[in-house]
Structure formats: structure tokens, C-alpha cells
Write a protein that binds this ligand. Structure first.
Ligand SMILES: Cc1cc2nc3c(=O)[nH]c(=O)nc-3n(C[C@H](O)[C@H](O)[C@H](O)COP(=O)(O)OP(=O)(O)OC[C@H]3O[C@@H](n4cnc5c(N)ncnc54)[C@H](O)[C@@H]3O)c2cc1C
Length: 458
């Protein structure tokens, strides 16, 4: 992504630096712009939303899973209610498809009952415990052996990176600077904040919001010893061809051993299948064993799903948050080692659902610390890239040259960043037919723009 950068090589000063441009950093940035502060979002990769935010289950949760009284429960229930409005503001597709948590044995049935009562205590709307026959009426693709189901009509799905990129674009439109390809490697205290060293720059900020995802504990440790630490495990995902028959609802599968597979009918029309947690091997790479195990379990749970029609697989990395003595911390954690330093560490499910709420919470705390006034000019509205007529470049997804050029104008600098803005390469051929043409367009647009700018400055 291109940065809005007016001050390279000068002393760069901001009120707030947000470290990490995953979905949490993007929403922290967007919400900071509700206040009169100057801010920069610093991201190590060449684009935002390439970490955990690009490899997750895309589900907007309702909150029946979370412990009553926890921050997670409160934020999830509220965020689910607010989600349609958020996606409308940011022009991102959202499908409130509902979910069924299904059980095939008596032990798992007990878990469903517990989750139902949890959900009621948390204030989740519309929850229903259903008999096997009622479940099959709602979702005939499930195995006839299903014993009981927990129906949650408010569960939804959203494309996680589209939402994060939309929040980032909205933050930029409201004045936030974004730097990509800049890894924060050092932070030192100054009289009035911090000096932050990145790959190519040194920047001063009065306050820091640390949203560095899988490295968030290490980023805090650059200056303040974090009271928590992260370890990791993985999961495998299969993306299925759009043409196959798929369930209408998100299907969660509870087993006597715990969580089984998850099947998600995505907003793009693909079915996403997720395995149970496994040991982490290569970050973000899938494993053969994991793929086999997902396929075998899907055959038992959703026997009509054609598991041969896989168009892509990927692996996920799950951060597990540990306390000082290695104990598991299940709630959201907001580290605050100094009044001007906030850290979102180890935010896993349902961090996508709660990204706006978490981002708003840290942004407000920092704004209050800085005595910032409200930004009355803030606009929460962002427009997505509209479908246009014209020359088709991606045949599978019917994406035109005009849409690709618009993605480049908005800051995409690689084939991958175009894919994540307009959906090129997301179809059956996975980019084998359009990648070359997109590379040429990138070359023409970016090189052409550089030549034009150079001529203007002569
Ligand atoms: C397997 C899995 C499935 C999930 N499914 C769901 C779901 O269905 N629904 C839901 O609500 N939630 C889900 N979640 C949770 C959700 O995906 C995460 O909470 C969310 O994506 C975390 O975003 P993040 O911004 O913290 O992390 P990231 O997206 O990883 O972003 C952190 C960013 O910081 C950058 N960075 C790191 N170090 C530095 C540095 N030193 N300098 C500059 N930049 C740096 C990284 O490059 C990265 O881009 C899931 C999580 C996992 C792991």
C-alpha cells in the first residue's frame, strides 16, 4: 500500500503511532480520527491486513460461547448488534446467515445446553435449542444422525480483510497516515512520549497503540516488560469451489473431545471449511494431515458437501495468551504499562467481530489522555470499489480493468493487494489466467504515475 507521506527524512512527529496494520490497528486508526489528533499507522508488511486478519473463519459471532461477565461476552453481543450498521458505513458485504452448533452424542449435547444458558445470560437474541428433526428442517445438508442443535439466527459472515482495508481507507480519508514496509524495531522514552525506530525512519509520538498481532508481546517488550506472553498453535482451512452445494448457515460441530469442524458459507459464495486446532508447523501453511482430517469429518457431518472441489488451502496461526505463570487467559487483554501506551495482545476469536469495539476503546483512552477534542469533521462513510463494465481481466470472478486500476489508485502495489481489494484470483483458477495481465497493469499504472510525477517536478 502506498503511504501518505509528507515528511520523509524530516523529523516526523505525530500525536499517536499505531503499530501493526491488522484489523485491530486499522480500527484503532479509524476510531482515533474521531478526535482531533495526528496519527500514523505503521505496518511491517507491504499492505495492511496480511497477518491473522487474512487467515481466519470470517464469522461474526453472537456471544453465547463467552463467559458471562467477561469483556469478550459484553463486546461480542454489542458488536454483533452493531455489525450491519458498521458494514453499511464502510460499504462491506455482510451476511447474517445464522448458525447451527450441532451435536451427535450425549456429551456434546450437554455442552450445547451449557452454551444456550450462557447465551441467555449474555443477552444473545433468538437462541433456540432444536431437536435433530428441527435441525434437519433448517439445514437438510447435515447428516441425519444429528441429535441436537443450537440455533443462533444473528451469526453472520464478513470478509475480514475487506473490512480491515475499508477501516484503513476510512482512517486515511479522515487524515491518518499509513506507512507500510516499516517494521518497528526500537522504542525509547522521550520527555513527551516516545521515539520509535522503524526500518527506514524515526518518528516521535506522544502515545502508542500497539496492535502488532502475533508480535504484540514482543513490541511491548521493546520498552515495557509485558505481563503476558504468546504461544501459538495452528489450524487448516479449505476454500471450496463456489459451484458446490453448501449449507445456508454457519455450521459449528461439537464433539465429545471439543470443537470439531466449522463450515462457513462466505459472503463471496465459497464454502470455507476449518479444522480443529493443531500444533503449529509452518506459519500460515496448511498440512496434509489437517486437510485429510477436515475432509473426513465433513463427510460425516455434511455428507452432501463435495470435498473434492477444493480451490485453495491455507493454514492459520492462533495466538494463545498466557499470564506470568503460563496460565491461559481467555478474555481480551488490553495492556496499559504507561498512561500513554496501550497494547492489544493475543486477541483471537472473536477479535474480528469486536475489532471496531476494541479499536474504539483504545482510541478513546488515548484521546482522553491527550485531552483531544472531538473531530466534528469525521466522516464514518467509505465507499467500496464499484463494479464497472469494461474489459474483463479476471474471468473467474468477472473483474474489470477499471476495478483493478481503482484498486491501484487506492494504494494496491502487488497482485495480492489487488486480489484482496477486488477479488481477482479468488476463483476456480486461483489467478493462473489473470496474474500476468494484472502484473502488467501494475507496472503501467505505478511506473506511469512515477514518470508523470517526475515530469511534474522538473
Ligand atoms: C484461526 C483463527 C480463526 C479466527 N476466526 C475468527 C472469526 O471467525 N471471527 C472472529 O470474530 N474472530 C476470529 N479470529 C480472531 C481474529 O482473526 C483476530 O482477533 C484478528 O484478526 C487479530 O487482528 P490483529 O490486528 O491483532 O492481528 P494481525 O492481523 O496479525 O495484524 C497485526 C499486524 O502487525 C504487524 N506487525 C507485527 N509486528 C510489527 C512491527 N514490529 N512493526 C510493524 N508492524 C508489525 C503485522 O505485520 C500484522 O500486519 C480468528 C483467529 C484465528 C487465529
Amino acid at each position: 500500500m502506498l503511504m501518505k507521506d509528507s515528511a520523509v527524512n524530516e523529523q516526523i512527529k505525530y500525536d499517536v503511532a499505531i503499530i501493526g496494520g491488522g484489523i485491530l490497528g486499522c480500527f484503532a486508526a479509524r476510531n482515533l480520527m474521531r478526535w482531533n489528533v495526528s496519527a500514523v499507522l505503521i505496518e511491517a508488511e507491504d499492505d495492511v491486513c496480511k497477518g491473522i486478519t487474512r487467515a481466519n473463519s470470517a464469522i461474526v459471532y453472537t456471544g453465547y460461547d463467552n463467559k458471562p461477565g467477561s469483556l469478550k461476552a459484553a463486546l461480542t453481543v454489542q458488536s454483533n448488534r452493531d455489525f450491519a450498521k458498521l458494514c453499511e458505513e464502510l460499504d462491506v458485504p455482510f451476511s447474517r446467515c445464522g448458525s447451527l452448533l450441532v451435536a451427535f452424542d450425549s456429551e456434546a449435547e450437554t455442552v450445547l445446553q451449557k452454551k444456550y444458558h450462557n447465551g441467555i445470560r449474555n443477552g444473545v437474541n433468538g437462541l433456540k435449542l432444536l431437536s435433530g428433526a428441527e435441525v434437519l428442517e433448517l439445514e437438510p445438508m447435515l447428516s441425519a444422525n444429528v441429535r441436537v442443535g443450537l440455533y443462533a439466527p444473528d451469526t453472520g459472515t464478513v470478509n475480514p480483510w475487506q473490512l480491515g482495508i475499508a477501516a484503513c481507507e476510512n482512517a486515511m480519508a479522515n487524515g491518518c497516515d499509513v506507512w507500510c514496509n516499516e517494521t518497528v524495531s526500537n522504542i525509547v522514552r522521550s520527555e513527551n512520549g516516545y521515539w520509535i525506530t522503524t526500518s527506514n525512519k524515526k518518528v516521535h509520538a506522544k502515545a502508542i497503540i500497539n496492535c502488532a498481532g502475533l508480535s504484540a508481546d514482543q513490541v511491548q517488550n521493546l520498552l515495557y516488560p509485558a505481563e503476558v506472553s504468546l504461544d501459538f498453535d495452528g489450524a487448516d482451512y479449505l476454500v471450496m469451489d463456489k459451484a458446490i452445494a453448501k449449507p445456508k448457515h454457519v455450521i459449528f460441530h461439537e464433539t465429545a473431545e471439543g470443537k470439531g469442524i466449522t463450515a462457513v458459507p462466505c459472503t463471496e459464495g465459497n464454502l470455507l471449511l476449518e479444522s480443529t486446532a493443531r500444533a503449529l508447523t509452518v506459519p500460515f501453511a496448511s498440512t496434509l494431515e489437517g486437510i485429510r482430517s477436515v475432509k473426513d469429518t465433513v463427510k460425516a457431518v455434511l455428507p452432501q458437501v463435495d470435498t473434492t472441489k477444493v480451490i485453495r488451502s491455507f493454514g492459520a496461526v492462533r495466538p494463545n495468551l498466557r499470564g506470568r505463570n503460563g496460565e491461559n487467559i481467555s478474555d481480551f487483554y488490553i495492556g496499559n504499562p504507561a498512561p500513554d501506551f496501550y497494547s492489544l495482545i493475543g486477541v483471537k476469536t472473536p477479535g474480528l467481530t469486536c475489532a471496531d469495539a476494541l479499536g474504539r476503546s483504545v482510541a478513546e483512552k488515548v484521546a482522553v489522555y491527550l485531552h483531544a477534542e472531538e473531530n466534528t469533521a469525521f466522516s464514518p462513510v467509505r465507499k467500496g470499489i464499484a463494479k464497472t463494465d469494461g474489459q474483463i481481466i479476471c474471468q473467474c470472478e468477472q473483474i474489470t480493468k477499471g476495478e483493478i486500476i481503482e484498486a491501484i489508485k487506492r494504494g494496491a502495489t502487488t497482485v495480492d493487494s489487488i486480489k484482496r481489494r477486488v477479488g481477482t484470483g479468488m476463483g476456480r483458477c486461483q489467478g493462473s489466467r489473470c496474474t500476468y495481465a494484472i502484473e502488467r497493469l501494475l507496472e503501467e499504472e505505478i511506473h506511469g504515475e512515477n514518470v508523470r510525477r517526475a515530469k511534474e517536478t522538473i
